[in-house]
Design a protein around this ligand. Structure first.
Ligand code: PEP
Ligand code: MG
Length: 591
């Protein structure tokens, strides 16, 4: 038996025979195209794109019933990428200007944008390179003249699919019941392929190295989609021994199929708002279906990506208007630009930046610091948000705040923007709510003072962990020290919850921690009643909350605050399915 370790992408265990998907045809011969044939070559490209779009549409139609509207958007994203001017325009340009054939031009365009996404620090944005790669592969497969690979086709008998990579559309096409689970060499936890597998309830392991070369069709496989483990040709005893070790966590697959409770209310009646973190406008179409209670974090950086110039005020406005309309009557919180640091600046914003690289960008000109240095750029965004606030309940949030002066300066610029709009006779919500991301220890420790000047807090646990522990969240070398359950982080969270409560303002958690069902329980126990997360994370968090009692969560949080180390805290959070702490029975509420 061999054991392959990958990344657990979709929970549950499957065992069966392997069906190894043959890889798609390679891009084929790379040829030069003389200028007089460029038009013809672009025509070939357009036909392949048309065929790829038709193929995706057919898969979408067939998958509609099985997948449900909540995840069809991933297939729609695939179709949108096929129309995307950035990607397709780049391929056309390379045919016309560089004399590349269509295959080569598509590959070059994909590589170009994949490199851009690869360099991003945020794992969600980074995984979008996979979506671009998938769109490119689909076009290439329609440009190829030979037979197409079998990826996307069902095996004859139920089997575990093993492939180098699968596109979300492949997964949707394969969901007819013959696929017991799948294993791919590539992919990450936040890839859309993984999200699709979760939606379909298929156990899946991604990022499994060279699994597709090590496994042959017909091999016996056991796939543990939670632990990311693949057993290759285990004996019956080995399989049994592994399954025996899993027994305590066995309820996961059925859980995936039970209805998702909405709204999130604990067994003893406490309501928790489940909000959406939006990083991509396409997700807005899902809001009405997803049962979210609003948008807790709209990352406005997306408006700056994929372009070579600055978004105009009108472009900002169009984005926020769409957000306001998609979210109303619920509220949406727009985070003003949070670029800089190790996230860097897209080419347009590098203009006007100091030539030399900052010695320590994570502690450099990031978030609100950049906005205050460039009031011209900031005001454009503030004006657009204000204008859109006439159409829906929008709120404003400033990122990376570390002092009251920054808040005051931002608020003064907001007042200037309001005065301008008044002068111009444009409508806006004069009482628009303003909050800050609490993501520096300085903001967390001064939360009681800052609260007097603000309408809400949103705690960014990703950065709060980074800055509290002095551990770069993007540095693999210190990844094992990045510990959101560290007692220091917990104490800061506790303080923020208390400060918000005594000031009478809401406090939201919008870092990754909120989307983890176990952590969500202690966050509620600490006093946070709004959790904001990626859409795909919401069902599991809702289930966890609805299964638990507030009193138990408060007990858990109180017990955690007594702990001396992250290890002790972790042991407590995994100690009970319902989140009841093993601490003192009947302990007083933590906040
Ligand atoms: C955070 O820091 O927790 C957060 C939500 O913001 P980002 O991950 O975009 O920095
Ligand atoms: Mg942050």
């Amino acid at each position: 038996m061999a054991r392959i370790q990958g990344i657990g992408a979709s929970g549950g265990v499957a065992a069966g025979r392997a069906w190894v998907a043959s890889t798609r045809p390679s891009p084929g011969m790379l040829r030069r195209v003389p200028p007089e044939r460029a038009g013809e070559e672009i025509g070939r490209l357009e036909r392949a794109i048309g065929a790829a779009a038709a193929e995706l549409e057919a898969i979408r139609q067939a998958a509609g019933d099985r997948l449900g509207p909540g995840h069809l958007y991933i297939l729609d994203l695939g179709r949108l990428l096929l129309k995307d001017e950035m990607l397709i325009g780049e391929a056309r340009r390379r045919i016309r200007e560089e004399g590349l054939n269509a295959e080569w031009a598509v590959q070059a365009a994909v590589d170009h944008f994949a490199r851009f996404f690869e360099a991003l620090e945020d794992p969600y944005f980074r995984d979008r390179r996979l979506d671009i790669g998938h769109a490119g592969e689909r076009i290439l497969s329609h440009l190829a003249e030979g037979p197409r690979g079998n990826a996307g086709r069902e095996p004859e008998e139920p089997a575990i699919l093993v492939a180098r990579d699968l596109t979300p559309a492949d997964v949707a096409a394969l969901s007819g019941g013959k696929i017991l689970g799948f294993v791919t060499d590539l992919g990450g936890q936040t890839s859309h392929t993984a999200i699709m597998a979760q939606a379909l309830g298929i156990p899946a392991v991604v990022g499994a190295g060279d699994a597709s070369r090590r496994v042959s069709t017909g091999d016996r496989l056991l796939v543990d989609g939670r632990a990311g483990v693949v057993l290759l040709n285990p004996s019956a005893e080995e399989e049994e021994a592994y399954a025996a070790g899993l027994r305590p966590r066995r309820e996961a697959p059925e859980e995936g199929r039970s209805p998702i409770p909405r709204p999130a209310v604990t067994r003893d009646g406490a309501r928790v708002a489940i909000l959406a973190n939006i990083v991509n406008d396409q997700e807005l179409d899902l809001l009405p279906l997803s049962g979210m209670d609003g948008v807790g974090l709209y990352r406005s950086e997306q408006l700056y990506f994929n372009r070579r110039d600055f978004p105009s005020e009108e472009e900002h406005y169009a984005g926020y208007l769409r957000l306001a309309r998609a979210t109303r009557p619920m509220a949406a919180i727009i985070r003003t630009l949070d670029l800089g640091g190790d996230r860097g600046f897209p080419p347009a914003l590098r203009l006007g930046q100091p030539e030399e690289r900052e010695p320590n960008p994570t502690l450099g000109v990031r978030g609100i610091r950049f906005s205050l240095e460039r009031p011209d750029i900031f005001k454009r965004q503030l004006r657009a948000i204000l204008r859109a606030s006439a159409e829906g309940d929008l709120a404003l949030m400033y990122p990376m705040v570390s002092s009251l002066e920054e808040v005051r300066e931002a608020q003064a610029l907001l007042e200037e923007a309001k005065a301008e709009l008044r002068e111009e006779g444009r409508p806006f919500n004069g009482a628009i709510r303003q909050g800050i991301m609490v993501e520096t220890p300085a903001a967390a420790l001064c939360a009681d003072r800052l609260a007097r000047h603000l309408d809400f807090f949103a705690v960014g646990t990703n950065d709060l962990t980074q800055y509290t522990l002095a551990v770069d969240r993007s540095n693999k070398g210190v990844a094992d020290r990045y510990e959101p359950l560290h007692p220091a982080v917990l104490r800061l969270l506790h303080g923020v919850a208390r400060a918000a409560r005594s000031a009478g303002i809401p406090a939201i958690i919008c870092g990754e921690l909120a989307g983890d069902p176990k952590s969500a329980l202690y966050l509620v126990g600490l006093g946070f009643r709004s959790l904001s997360m990626a859409l795909a994370k919401a069902p599991a968090v809702r289930r966890a909350i609805c299964r638990s009692e507030l009193a138990q969560m408060e007990e858990l949080a109180a017990a955690m605050l007594e702990c001396e180390s992250a290890r002790e805290i972790r042991a407590l959070t995994s100690g009970s399915r319902h989140g009841a702490g093993r601490g003192r029975a009947g302990a007083r509420p933590a906040v």
